[in-house]
Design a protein around this ligand. Structure first.
Ligand code: GLC
Length: 732
């Protein structure tokens, strides 16, 4: 076989090697670079074929447009479809959402059952790039087996607004953590020879009036925050496509924003892939084409098709260079070659649900964060317990997932039927992995009762009769809407009632992000399980019973109240549909950085996460070698059981001058047996020591003293180690 392939490659390459003019079909030669192959195909395409490649269809029936239906060749019930060019063997683009797995659109005529990962925020909370990569590989494999060659994953927008209904899909507060973790997820997805996106470029930080809000931010602050997250994710994951966002950024729609698309993404960063719009995010032909948009997605969502006939007319009128159309198509083709869409065409194949669920469960177990564990309440010890009561959160049926375009449908549908809203951005889906059933399986000798939690008094009575009470507190969040930070459905009162009555009280959170916890010091233990995915019930049970030692750390700040750390009002336009401004006055001081700058104590800080064991971190030794600066520490397990530690490195510029007192500069996750110790070396990205000089277009490290600390969270830091750095400037 290998010889045949070699012979074929040589036969194809021979003319090239001999300097002969390449034939159009030489692009089959896998030995040629993606750029070369794309150029060869492009040269063979007609203008009509090129124009057909830069505009897509929605691949589902469309709410409000009864006559808009997906093309027959699309994968019905999915997100997008772009026809290929059979004459040249260019495959279509079959596009599915998203970062938790193969999603099914709410208007789908048939559901595509798939395995849901935990929320992206849960994966980020593992601080383990291997978890992110494995999860990406799993959902990319399912996408491939369903016949999709583009997965619209890679949501990375920083958590600027804790109420954002899509925080569960994104990367948390810190650009380094988000960039590396989402970059790993993208790499995992693309290991299946399909394209992943990174989205939504940029500053798509709230759902309220996202189509008309003008996100205002200092350009340097943007480079040091959201754009840095995108830059790192693109470096690490090499996504084939970037999806530009709905909102306006500093006065120009994101999908026609030349400074962001043409200047930063393509010119400065040298991004070789293509920019696709979000669904309904295009507002022009000439402006968007010349600003760097390469493909209009699902044109039926726009006021009109902008990249169809209007683009041809704009080229004919000389408003858009013909070379721009070639550049659009070349970028798409290059990404398709670079990710194997030509050489490894997708084909429908069976899915290994059990194996994929195991991947999801592992991510849930590593991403869950033990926030509080007073009196060593956890892990639950079956030998010491006679009766437990489990209350609320539909814990008898399953675990909650987030709503919107990323919604993965499990086989058999939701474990809880009929929850409102049943229409967009619903349906509300509970994944059929029951924490109650798994707890009963894990502790067969213990009587475990269940109450649905609607009657706090009954719950309190049951809690009083039990040795321990576990309340499951849930908050459904979804695309297209923002939420309050207050738990809905009187769950705070329920938790208070149970905490007062129970000998031991545990709260398990299934939320999309931050929620307020006025009862936090009144319960014994709190486990943040996020939206824990297809294996979430088993993961929660194993964490509560100690079969797994919690090791997650917060990628977001959990505030004591919902005003903390805010420099701007929240909400939407005074009149619906009117353009309005959101002034991101926090700049690069996103999340924990604003809390540190303003001296506000959070309830639980960024990076926080407890374990059933304890760790100690040696002060960092900072050294420089040919690759740059790095910090070395020694991590010790000083407790009595094996666990995973996340040694977090924070850096401060002594004397100030940054957006905040300190920044995450790296981390190392290590699993250690009791008494074991292990050295860990953390490379320091110089951009984390710098500010961005927009005038000069460079990163600038100011001369002076820089202070490094290692710790278990952004607020639990060890002794400082200072170094002096010279003035340095560097590019991109
Ligand atoms: C949505 C989302 C985007 C998704 C796309 C396709 O509106 O903003 O994340 O990939 O449309 O469903």
């Amino acid at each position: 076989m290998a010889m045949t392939r070699l012979a074929a490659a040589l036969a194809l390459a021979a003319p090239l090697l001999l300097g002969a003019a390449p034939r159009a079909d030489d692009w089959h030669d896998p030995a040629l670079s993606p750029d070369r192959r794309a150029a060869l195909v492009l040269a063979a395409m007609t203008r009509e074929e090129k124009l057909a490649m830069v505009i897509g269809d929605f691949a589902s029936d469309q709410v409000g447009k009864p006559d808009a239906h997906p093309p027959a060749a699309a994968r019905e019930g999915s997100a997008g479809y772009v026809p290929g060019v059979p004459r040249l063997g260019i495959p279509p683009l079959w596009e599915a959402d998203a970062a938790m797995g193969v999603a099914t659109q709410p208007t789908a005529r048939t559901s595509r059952p798939a395995v849901a990962l935990p929320s992206t925020l849960a994966t980020i909370a593992s601080w383990d790039e291997g978890v992110a990569r494995a999860g990406g590989a799993m959902i990319g494999g399912e996408a491939r087996r369903y016949g999709f060659n583009v997965l619209l994953a890679g949501g990375i927008n920083l958590t600027r607004e804790p109420r954002n209904g899509r925080n569960f899909e994104y990367g948390g507060e810190d650009p380094l953590l988000a960039g590396r973790m989402v970059g790993a997820q993208i790499a995992g997805i693309q290991s299946n020879h399909i394209v992943s996106t990174v989205k939504h470029y940029v500053l798509n930080a709230q759902q309220t009036d996202q189509f008309t809000l003008d996100a205002r931010i200092d350009p340097a602050a943007l480079r040091q925050s959201d754009l840095l997250a995108f830059q790192i994710a693109i470096e690490r994951g090499r996504p084939g496509a970037v999806m530009c966002a709905y909102n306006i950024v500093n006065g120009a729609y994101a999908c026609e924003n030349a400074p962001l698309l043409r200047d930063v993404l393509k010119a400065r960063w040298g991004y070789p892939g293509w920019v696709m719009s979000d669904w309904g995010a295009v507002h022009s032909t000439v402006a968007s084409a010349n600003a760097g948009l390469d493909q209009e997605s699902a044109a039926t969502f726009d006021a009109q098709p902008y990249f169809g006939a209007p683009l041809a007319a704009a080229i004919d009128a000389g408003q858009v260079p013909a070379a721009r159309l070639d550049d659009m198509v070349r970028r798409i083709l290059r990404a398709m070659f670079a990710n194997g869409l030509f050489d490894h065409p997708v084909a429908i194949a069976p899915i290994d649900t059990a194996a994929d669920t195991a991947v999801s469960q592992d991510a849930a177990e590593r991403g869950a964060v033990l926030l509080r564990n007073a009196r060593a309440t956890l892990p639950l010890r079956a030998a010491a317990l006679r009766r437990i009561v489990v209350i609320g959160g539909h814990a008898d049926a399953g675990v909650l997932s987030g709503g919107g375009s990323s919604q993965v449908h499990p086989r058999g549908g939701s474990a809880v039927k009929g929850l409102a809203p049943t229409g967009w951005p619903g349906p509300v889906i509970y994944l059929p992995s029951s924490p109650l059933a798994e707890l009963r399986r894990a502790m067969p000798g213990v009587t475990i009762d269940y109450l649905d939690g609607r009657d706090p008094a009954a719950a309190a009575r049951a809690a009083a009769r039990a040795d321990a009470a576990i309340v499951f507190a849930t908050q459904w969040t979804a695309e297209s809407q923002d939420t309050s930070l207050t738990l809905p459905d009187a769950q705070n009162a329920l938790i208070d009632a149970v905490a007062r009555a129970a000998p031991r009280s545990v709260v398990v959170l299934e939320t999309g992000g931050a929620v307020l916890m006025p009862w936090a010091e009144r319960v014994d233990a709190i486990l943040q399980a996020w939206y824990p995915g297809a294996g979430g019930g088993a993961a929660i049970a194993r964490l509560l019973t100690g079969a797994v030692n919690p090791s997650g750390h917060l990628p977001i700040t959990l505030p004591r109240d919902d005003r903390a750390g805010r420099c701007r009002p929240f909400g939407g336009a005074p009149t619906p549909g009117a353009r309005f401004t959101v002034d991101y006055c926090e700049g690069a001081a996103v999340g924990y950085k604003a809390f540190d700058r303003d001296g506000i104590a959070p309830l639980y800080p960024f990076g926080h996460g407890l374990s059933y064991t304890r760790f100690a971190f040696a002060a960092p030794r900072i050294a420089r070698d040919a690759r740059g600066l790095h910090a070395t520490t020694v991590i010790r397990n000083t407790g009595a059981r094996t666990g995973a530690a996340v040694a977090q490195l924070y850096v401060e510029r002594v004397g100030g001058g940054w957006e905040a007192p300190r920044r995450l500069a790296g981390w190392a996750r290590r699993t250690l047996a009791p008494g074991a110790r292990q050295a860990a070396t953390i490379a320091i990205d110089p951009r984390l020591l710098a500010t961005f000089d927009t005038a000069g277009g460079q990163w600038v490290i100011a001369p002076g003293r820089y202070r490094f600390r290692i710790g278990a969270s952004s607020r639990d830091l060890g002794p400082p180690v200072d170094i002096v750095l010279p003035a340095t400037r560097f590019g991109a």
